[in-house]
Design a protein around this ligand. Structure first.
Ligand SMILES: Cc1cc2nc3c(=O)[nH]c(=O)nc-3n(C[C@H](O)[C@H](O)[C@H](O)COP(=O)(O)OP(=O)(O)OC[C@H]3O[C@@H](n4cnc5c(N)ncnc54)[C@H](O)[C@@H]3O)c2cc1C
Length: 489
């Protein structure tokens, strides 16, 4: 019998995935773990993004950790700052801040074949040695800056929504917003009322489901849920169960999907009476194909007298204007890039080198690929939480992160008991899982809806979770040893 030993675990990232992992490790009694976060606070995307109008499109009573329920959200769909504060409060209240090193960027993680350990190098040159590395580094991390001729020559401010300048004055200005995902829609809605003029440059219109995003949570609800934790828990479980409808409508072409799609078309028809504007706002693909946008204010904003929608491509930017391909010159003072992220970058630009010198860039030449969102062949003792194929937009990410972290605990426990030192998923199990994913993705609206979206990876495969929550829970219930090479010593 081998004496128990404590695994040294490094978690990279302190967003939803990293906080969850830290909580689960603490809950499972692990004592030698550290979370490294390059931002100056926890919260991940909710720390990095603070543009005007940022609102979660998932009701807060479900966009929260199952282990840290918050009864008293101020709104049904909370704003970015409140969600960021929640993450900070959770990390503090659960005693996790002592484990988290902020302002600490990991530049590389390299596996030592002989020792069976990982060397994690920080931006300041410090090295940490770990038995396990957990990458909770997020998917929407690295802002995508469009390659527009002359953009650098623009004399006024150019700001990406993910790196918003809180000092930026936008009231009374002529504002250009480029990009039309959820962020573009939110920032247009927020900036338009105070702007002198706002031009929204959109290449592809989005379907937008109307919802009253401004609704407060009922005043007595917070107090009631606080007084009755079991009722709060029941509400959370109920919402989790109810959100199964999301997985159902994207996976199955039934009347339920068609009803939501009809609602998207109705939302546009009812709110945009002007035929020409409505035509310009009508996508040529099915609702739900892209990350679905939800807004109660965008159509009103874009109809306003000071707003303009431009669908012609941008030819170039000059010192004081954006010139579109039809030759029109749009003079503006501020350019807002709501152009999203280099999705699928996952842990990059960090250098990750696994067994036999295999780099993550080589392993993922054809796009990110993992076994059940969490293990990568060639990278022993390294796992991802909310990694490739995570259910962005169909299943609670908090639930998924917790399930994954608890799945990893099974391996960490095996290490602790001395039953496993090197754990590496097999290529065959990974290939089989990915074949299963591709087959299951076939009928989804992401695949059949006729759009091009950031969901598609370099190989043209949709990087999402095509199964329902029950299947997710089953796949992450406990590791199947036949899917892993497990070595001692
Ligand atoms: C603007 C915006 C709005 C969103 N709105 C919604 C929404 O309404 N509903 C919804 O369901 N989802 C939304 N999302 C998706 C969101 O990504 C997930 O909900 C979730 O927050 C992801 O959590 P995460 O921990 O996986 O990643 P992240 O939140 O991205 O956290 C990853 C963390 O890892 C850190 N990190 C990365 N690399 C390193 C490194 N090398 N060294 C140290 N630290 C590192 C990053 O700094 C970051 O803090 C939104 C995303 C964005 C960008």
């Amino acid at each position: 019998m081998t004496a128990p030993r404590e695994p040294r675990i490094v978690v990279i990232g302190a967003g939803v995935a990293g906080i969850t992992t830290a909580y689960v490790l603490q809950d499972a009694g692990f004592t030698d773990f550290t979370v490294l976060e390059k931002g100056s606070d926890v919260g991940g995307v909710w720390y990095w993004n603070h543009y005007p109008g940022l609102t979660c499109d998932v009701p807060s009573q479900i966009y929260q950790f199952g282990f840290a329920p918050k009864p008293d959200w101020s709104k049904i769909w909370s704003t970015g700052p409140e969600i960021q504060r929640y993450h900070r409060d959770v990390a503090e209240d659960l005693g996790l801040m002592d484990r988290i090193r902020l302002d600490t960027e990991v530049t590389s993680a390299v596996y030592d074949d002989d020792a069976g350990t990982w060397t994690v190098t920080l931006a300041d040159g410090e090295h940490l040695v770990a038995d396990f590395v957990v990458c909770a580094t997020g998917v929407l991390q690295n802002p995508a800056i469009p390659d527009i001729a002359g953009l650098e020559s623009f004399a006024g401010p150019v700001v990406h929504t993910a790196r918003w300048d809180d000092e930026l004055a936008t009231a009374g200005k002529r504002i250009a917003v480029i990009g039309t995902g959820s962020t573009g829609v939110q920032v247009v809605s927020a900036l338009q009322p105070q702007a002198q003029s706002l031009v929204h440059f959109t290449r592809t219109p989005q379907w937008i489901l109307w919802a009253p995003m401004w609704l407060p949570q009922l005043p007595f609800a917070g107090a009631a849920l606080k007084a009755f934790p079991s009722a709060h828990h029941a509400l959370y479980r109920g919402l989790l169960w109810g959100s199964g409808i999301l997985a159902d409508i994207v996976r199955n072409d039934t009347w339920r999907r068609r009803a939501v799609q009809a609602y998207a078309r109705l939302s546009l028809r009812r709110q945009v009476p002007d035929g020409a504007l409505r035509e310009a706002l009508t996508p040529d693909y099915q609702p739900l194909c892209k990350r679905q946008v939800v807004s109660g204010s965008y159509y009103r904003a874009i109809r306003a007298a000071n707003a303009d929608l431009v669908t012609d491509g941008i030819a170039e930017v000059t010192e004081d204007a954006i010139i579109t391909s039809d030759g029109t010159r749009h003079e503006v003072d501020v350019i807002v890039l709501a152009t999203g992220f280099r999705a699928h970058d996952y842990m990059r630009p960090m250098e990750v080198v696994g067994r036999d010198g295999l780099t993550i860039d080589e392993a993922w030449e054809g796009g990110p690929r993992a076994y059940r969102m969490t293990a990568i062949p060639g990278f022993p003792n390294l796992f991802t939480v909310l990694g490739p194929n995570s259910p962005t937009g169909s299943i609670s990410l908090q639930h998924t992160a917790e399930r994954t972290a608890r799945y990893l605990v099974s391996w960490f426990d095996a290490f602790r008991r001395g039953e496993a030192d090197r754990i590496e998923v097999t290529e065959s199990a990974t290939a089989a899982f990915n074949e299963q994913v591709v087959a299951a993705l076939e009928p989804t609206v992401w695949n059949t809806g006729g759009c091009n979206s950031w969901y598609f990876n370099e190989s043209g495969v949709v990087d999402l979770w095509p199964f329902d929550r029950r299947e997710l829970d089953a796949m992450l219930s406990r590791p199947d040893p036949s899917h892993f090479h497990v070595r001692r010593g």
